[in-house]
Design a protein around this ligand. Structure first.
Ligand code: ZN
Ligand code: ZN
Length: 253
């Protein structure tokens, strides 16, 4: 399995892209950086996009992506997400007001994108991968994803505050090679992390006690302006599994 980190920042700034992962060139998790990180031919190669939740930093390149691939795809690109998330996309994004409704363009029968509902804890088989949504604890309905290819697995928690189920799933995944999770705000902004349902490095430290596996833990979603404060706080956890997830990194499992 090849995993490419298109973007992993909690905010956008020059050289820092929003959340997006690409697996085996044809399956994306979240769409915060599809157009900024990929050439048009690379975008056209994407067949499935699994969205974790409706927040803008995880979906914002979908409109520009659909415009780029329009007319170049033989079958619709499938957008997989919770029903609540798809509802937001339908009502607030592809609504002909903010952006044209590419789920009926060019035609209803052969559209550019097709919405597919996912149900937590159910495995979806696409492009030789098995992808399982796991519910996490965020401000809006949100799922992380376990991605497996029959040999290896990784888990992306997406945005979450204190949660349990995805750590249980990680502990029960023997072939787990990497876990990606978040830290969004510095320790002195715990009130903000609690209000917006994210984690600080200290809260992450508590969460990592639930992970009984010796696997690399890639941290993403740092707020760009808070990085200098947060990096020492992450180091202070003294957890050898913890490392910063880096934009453009490619993992081969
Ligand atoms: Zn979010
Ligand atoms: Zn986010």
């Amino acid at each position: 399995m090849e995993l490419r980190i298109l973007g992993c920042s909690g905010g956008e700034a020059e050289g820092e892209r929003l959340t997006g992962l690409l697996v085996n060139k044809s399956v994306a998790l979240d769409a915060g950086s599809l157009t900024g990180a990929l050439t048009v031919p690379e975008q056209i190669a994407i067949r499935h996009i699994f969205i974790s939740h409706s927040h803008l930093d995880h979906i914002c390149t979908l409109p520009f992506f659909t415009k780029n691939v329009f007319g170049h795809v033989e079958a619709p690109v499938e957008i997989h997400a919770l029903p609540e998330t798809l509802d937001v996309l339908r009502r607030h994004l592809f609504n002909d007001e903010l952006w044209p409704d590419f789920s009926v363009i060019p035609t209803k029968d052969q559209p550019t994108i097709r919405y597919t509902e996912v149900e937590p804890e159910r495995a979806y088989e696409v492009e030789g991968l098995s992808i399982t949504p796991i519910r996490v604890n965020h401000l809006v309905p949100c799922v992380g994803y376990k991605v497996e290819d029959g040999k290896d697995a990784f888990i992306f928690t997406s945005d979450t505050t204190i949660t349990d189920r995805i750590w249980e799933v990680a502990n029960a995944t023997p072939n787990l090679r990497l876990l990606i999770t978040e830290a969004s705000f510095p320790n002195d902004q715990e009130w903000l992390a609690e209000a917006s349902k994210h984690l600080t490095p200290a809260m992450l430290g508590q969460e990592l006690k639930k992970l009984k596996r010796d696997v690399p833990v890639g941290i993403y979603h740092l707020t760009p302006g808070d990085r200098p404060e947060m990096l020492p706080e992450l180091e202070a956890l003294k957890d050898p599994r913890v490392r910063l997830l880096e934009q453009n990194a490619i993992f081969q499992f």
